[in-house]
Structures are given as C-alpha cells and as structure tokens.
Design a protein around this ligand. Structure first.
Ligand code: SF4
Length: 468
C-alpha cells in the first residue's frame, strides 16, 4: 500500500476521506530550536510569536526532560499581528536581558510571525544598532542575538533544531588560527548520549566541542537555590572557535530541503572540513563512527571501548534466540530511525515498518546505504502520521514497536510492546538517561528489546514460566 493510500485510509467524523495529518509523527520547528538553544551556555530561548506556542513547547520539553525550562515570548497579539511585532520583540528582549542577564538570546519565529512576514533579521540588526538600538531607547545593552527562522508548516522539530544550531554558529563563529579541536554536532539525542559522546571522543584523545550540549542544563543536579540560568551548555568561546576548528562532524543531519546544517555553514564560511555520519547505533555504524575518530585523531579505539564492543557482541550471541526473526515498527526522527533500523537488521529483527514525520526525501536512500539487506523488504514512510503507521503496522503484523511515547496508543491497540526511545517520552521516567548511541547505548537498547519480548511471551503464556 502506498503512503497516499495509507493517508487516505483515514476518514473524518462525517465519513469523508481525509487527506489531513492525524496524530502527527513530528513536533513543531520552534520546539526543536528551543531545545538546541538550551544547549548553549547562558542562553534563553525566545519565541517571536503568540504566547500559546511558548506554553506548548515548554510543557512538552518539561514533561520529557523533567527539568524547569524557561522559554520567553514576544507575546504577539491581535494588534501586533496587524501592525507588526517589532515593538513586542524589542520590549521582550529588554525584559529578558534585564531579568536573566543572558549571554545569548536565541530568537525563533513561530507560524504566526512567519505567516505575516516579519523580517526578524532586520529587527535584530536594528536592536543592536547604535542609532536605533535598545541601548539608545531603553539603556539596555542586549546580549548576542541569534535568529533561527522556524516556520512550523515548513519543517519538523528536527529541522528547527538544525536551523538553530546553524544560526548559532553562523552568528558566533569567527576566523582564526586552526586549532586541534573538532566540533561534534549531534542531532537530537538524550543528555546521556551527549555525555557518552564526550567519553568516546576523550577516549580517542580528541579535543572536542559538542554543539549544542544540553546534558547538564536538561539533566541537572538538585540545587538548594533555583538558578534562572542553569549552568552548562556549550561555552560561547568554544562556539567562536568552531570557525577555526580542525574539522566538524555532524551526526545525522537529515533535514527538509532548504534547511542548512551547521557543518555546511562552517565549511562554506570558514573552510572547516565537514564529515557526516549516521547515528552510531549497532556495531557497524558505531564502528564507522570510531573509524572516523581514528582518522581524525590518529589513535586506535581505546581499550575500554573495545571491551564494550566485545560485551555487546557477547550479548547479541546470548540473546539472539529471543529477537531473531521478529518483526518491528520503528518510529521517530529520521536520523534516529536510520540508526535504529540498521541496528535491528543487525540483530535479526526485520523493521517491516520504518516511519518518520520528517520530510528530507532521503530516508529510504539512507536506510539502504546503512542496511542494504533491508532493501525491498520493508515499508519506509516519511512525512507519516500515526494513522498511516498503525495501518501499516497492522498489515505487516509487528511483534513490537521501537519509538517515542506517541506510539503508545498504536501499540496498545495492536497489543504489542513499545520500547521507548527518542523524544518525546512523556509516560515513563528517565527519558534523559535513555542511551541510544555507541556500543553502550546499543547494549541498553538490545536488553530492553529482548526483555520486552520476554515479558510479552511470559504474560501470554498459559504456563507460569519463570525460566525462559
Ligand atoms: S502555532 Fe506553529 S509554532 Fe506555534 S505551537 Fe503550533 S505549530 Fe508550533
């Protein structure tokens, strides 16, 4: 069944065929931008638009990360919609600067301000201009202002994330003498993944700037006194130096056409060599990532990582009888589903349905490149919604789903387990600590998948098996 057939299978309450998205498999572009800005030291994410957008995004991110999350808004109402929102934007920047004293304000536009055609770039230039700026009008010196254009009808949260990272380096990075450091640009991964990526590059002896790094800001420790600006984030000085780093490495980076990624910006503006690798999930993709780190550092894989690889191979051997020949649906951001699909194929699971709300147009090509054995055997859907995914999963007869909490209803209807990965995870604890990347993250995923299948088998058995 084609993607169009699957979408047309949805009907409205009147029974008419619907071409609309039902239960979207993506979130909105400024949400991704707010997440990326949260990973920059001393930054306040700021939405130029109506207040409801900031409330929705705050609620979503807080319930996933379970950390306080301040997102400012210019609170565009009826008047500003008609006459333009520049004065709201200026007043908002003044308020945020006065209250938070941030190093950076990351301004993302919403559907509303993009639709009315606000020229935010020019507004921000006027805000810092000595003649027309905030210093003159309000006696307030604004911090660094970064603008990410994020009309949500044009892309997904993953696109908004990449747009914000690219705008941040485009605004802050500078030329200079080439350093020993590399810039690692992960896509949307968990704080635990970011910490693990740091361990891996340290293990190769490679000085690395991870951009963005929300591992501390969105998975922090309890403090006696609430801080308006949580510590952590990629230091602004390090972002400046990304313009003269030795290389940049993008992990993932599939985006809707029209969204440029930070590695491409650094290459085009400063000539920084750019490498792009898939999410390192499973043995072959983690090996590929480590091979690149060896090439960049001149050092072999460290002993402790080699041992983790060995333990993962051992786990595959121990657990293959529980997972082999099972069928799965894989749902989430495009970069994540590419890595997950290659990993599942590696352990003998066929990801019969591979679906994302992303619209890069490259999903099928990337999956074939990373797991050629899947070609022609699986249904790959981009720009998908959960109505389509449920239909396809039902037809294919899946044993389990790997995806975010939005898949819960589908798996409940189908009576199969959901192994929660990616974002958002609202209905379980520990989303910040779900590991996906490297041999260690793969190990955690492998155990969780095998255990979910064992639990289902045990629950459905007429005999009270305690030894399986
Ligand atoms: S209106 Fe647009 S920007 Fe605002 S929350 Fe909805 S999709 Fe996101």
């Amino acid at each position: 069944m084609s993607t169009t057939d699957l979408r047309a299978a949805g009907t409205t309450s009147s029974g008419a065929v619907s071409e609309s998205t039902t239960n979207a498999c993506r979130m909105c572009m400024p949400l991704g931008a707010s997440l990326a800005f949260s990973g920059v030291e001393g930054t306040v994410p700021f939405l130029h638009g109506s207040q409801g957008c900031a409330t929705y995004i705050r609620r979503y991110l807080i319930s996933h990360f379970r950390e306080p999350m301040d997102i400012a808004s210019s609170s565009v109402g009826e008047d500003a919609t008609v006459f333009g929102g520049e004065s709201n934007l200026r007043q908002g920047i003044v308020n945020v600067t006065t209250v938070y004293k941030p190093k950076v304000i990351g301004v993302a536009t919403t559907c509303l301000t993009e639709t009315i055609g606000e020229d935010v770039g020019s507004m921000l230039r006027r805000a810092v201009d000595p003649d027309t700026g905030l210093a003159r009008e309000f006696s307030v010196e604004p911090p660094i202002l970064v603008h990410a254009p994020t009309p949500s009808y044009a892309g997904t949260h993953a696109d908004g994330y990449q747009a914000a990272v690219a705008s941040t380096v485009a605004t802050i990075a500078t030329e200079g003498e080439t350093t020993d450091s590399i810039t690692l640009l992960p896509g949307i991964v968990s704080p635990a993944d970011i910490r693990h990526l740091r361990e891996i590059t340290d293990g190769f002896g490679l000085p690395t700037t991870i951009m963005p790094d929300y591992s501390e800001r969105l998975d922090g420790v309890t403090v006696a006194r609430y801080k308006k600006l949580p510590p952590g984030g990629t230091p602004v000085d390090q972002i400046r130096a990304t313009g003269h780093a030795r290389a940049s490495v993008t992990i993932g980076g599939l985006t809707t056409p029209g969204v440029t990624i930070a590695g491409e910006v650094l290459a085009a503006r400063f000539g920084v060599p750019h490498h792009q690798v898939p999410f390192p999930i499973g043995i072959r993709l983690t090996d590929a990532f480590c091979d690149l780190l060896t090439e960049l550092s001149g050092n072999p894989m460290p002993e402790w990582l080699l041992a983790e690889r060995g333990r993962l191979v051992d786990a595959y051997i121990d657990g293959h009888k529980y997972v082999a020949e099972k069928k799965a649906a894989v749902v989430g951001d495009e970069d994540l589903v590419v890595g997950l699909s290659a990993f599942l194929a590696e352990i003998g699971v066929t990801p019969v349905v591979i679906a994302s709300g992303g619209r890069s147009g490259k999903l099928a090509e990337r999956i074939t490149a990373c797991a050629p054995e899947l070609e022609g055997r699986v249904e790959i859907m981009d720009d998908a919604d959960f109505t389509m995914i449920q239909k396809a999963a039902e037809q294919a007869g899946i044993d389990f789903m790997v995806g975010n909490s939005k898949g819960y209803r589908t798996t409940r209807d189908l009576g199969v387990p959901l192994v929660r990965v990616g974002m958002p995870i609202h209905d379980r604890m520990g989303a910040q600590r779900v590991g996906h990347l490297g041999f260690r993250g793969t190990q955690e995923l492998f155990d969780r998948i095998a255990n979910a299948l064992l639990e289902k088998q045990q629950n459905e058995s007429p005999l009270a098996y305690s030894y399986m």
